[in-house]
Design a protein around this ligand. Structure first.
Ligand SMILES: [Zn+2]
Ligand SMILES: [Zn+2]
Length: 266
C-alpha cells in the first residue's frame, strides 16, 4: 500500500472503487483503463466482500459472489501486469462489511489472498440496509431511526478497532438520504476517530455523497476537522461504480480537506 501520512492528501490516488464483480456497472478492465487515462497514479479496486453473520441481510444482490474471489484476484493480477508502469500502480483490495460476530473468521479467510488493502465499512445494522433506499428509513419513527444510527456508530467503533483495515469507508453513511440529523452523531464520530488515532488507522473522504440526496461527501467537514485535529490520514476516493466516475469531484474534495486543515501532497 502507498500509505499517506498526516497531514498530506493527494488527488492522484483512488482506492475505493467497484466493478461488476459486485455492484459496479463497468468491468475490472474498464475501471482500470479509465483510472490510468484519468491520470491517477495509484488505483485500487475494492469490490464488496460481505459475509453476514446471520440471515436476512439481502446483501446477495450487491456483494461479490463468495466463489468468485479467486477469479477477481487473478483478473486484477493480470491487469496489473499489463497496466503497471512508472506512473501507474494497480492495487487489489476489498470493501469488507464489519460484523462483530465473525470478523476473525473473515480476516483469516481473506489473508489467504494476495490483497493489498481492506476497507472497513458498515452497510447493515442487524438486517437493516443503511444505504439501500430512502423508503427503508421513511416509515420509521424517530426513535427507531436513532436506534439504527446508534448501532451503526457502535459497529463502526468495532471496525475502527480492527487493525486489518487500511481505512474506514464513508464514515457518516446514514446521512445519505438526508433523513436523519447527522450533527447529532458528531460525538459518536469523535469516538471512532479516537480509536483510529490510537490504532494508527485512517479514513477516506468519499466524494460519492455529493451525488446522493444528502449532496455532501462522507464525512462532513466537522468530522474532517476532528480527524485533522487528531492527525488522522485521509484518502480521497470516488467510490466509483462506473468507469466515468473514478476521479469525480476530487478538486472539491481537496478544497474541503484544506479547509479542514490538511495539506496537498503535490
Ligand atoms: Zn460502501
Ligand atoms: Zn463502496
Amino acid at each position: 500500500m502507498n500509505t499517506l501520512r498526516f497531514p498530506e492528501v493527494t488527488t492522484s490516488y483512488s482506492l475505493h472503487n467497484h466493478s461488476n464483480f459486485s455492484d459496479g456497472a463497468s468491468t475490472l478492465e474498464e475501471m482500470c483503463r479509465a483510472a490510468k487515462s484519468a491520470g491517477l497514479t495509484v488505483f485500487g479496486i475494492s469490490d464488496h466482500w460481505v459475509e453476514p453473520a446471520y440471515a436476512g441481510t439481502g446483501t446477495e444482490s450487491w456483494r461479490m459472489a463468495h466463489d468468485r474471489l479467486d477469479e477477481y484476484v487473478e483478473t486484477l493480477q493480470k491487469l496489473k501486469r499489463s497496466l503497471d508502469d512508472d506512473n501507474f500502480t494497480l492495487k487489489i483490495g476489498l470493501e469488507v462489511d464489519f460484523f462483530f460476530e465473525n470478523m476473525d473468521d473473515i480476516f483469516a479467510r481473506l489473508k489467504q489472498y494476495p490483497l493489498d488493502y481492506l476497507i472497513g465499512s458498515v452497510h447493515c445494522c442487524g438486517t437493516f440496509p443503511v444505504d439501500h433506499d430512502a423508503s427503508d428509513w421513511l416509515p420509521l419513527p424517530p426513535e427507531k431511526r436513532d436506534a439504527i444510527c446508534e448501532m451503526y456508530w457502535q459497529k463502526l467503533e468495532g471496525a475502527a478497532k480492527c487493525k486489518e483495515f487500511t481505512f474506514l469507508g464513508h464514515l457518516d453513511l446514514p446521512k445519505k438520504f438526508a433523513i436523519i440529523d447527522n450533527d447529532r452523531y458528531l460525538a459518536h464520530a469523535s469516538r471512532v476517530l479516537d480509536i483510529l488515532k490510537e490504532n494508527g488507522g485512517a479514513i477516506e473522504l468519499n466524494t460519492s455523497g455529493w451525488f446522493k440526496p444528502c449532496s455532501a461527501p462522507y464525512p462532513s467537514l466537522d468530522i474532517l476537522k476532528a480527524a485533522c485535529a487528531r492527525e488522522i490520514p485521509v484518502y480521497i476516493n470516488a467510490d466509483a461504480h462506473h468507469c466515468d466516475h473514478v476521479r469525480r469531484n476530487f478538486t472539491e474534495a481537496l478544497e474541503l480537506l484544506q479547509l479542514a486543515g490538511y495539506k496537498n501532497r503535490a
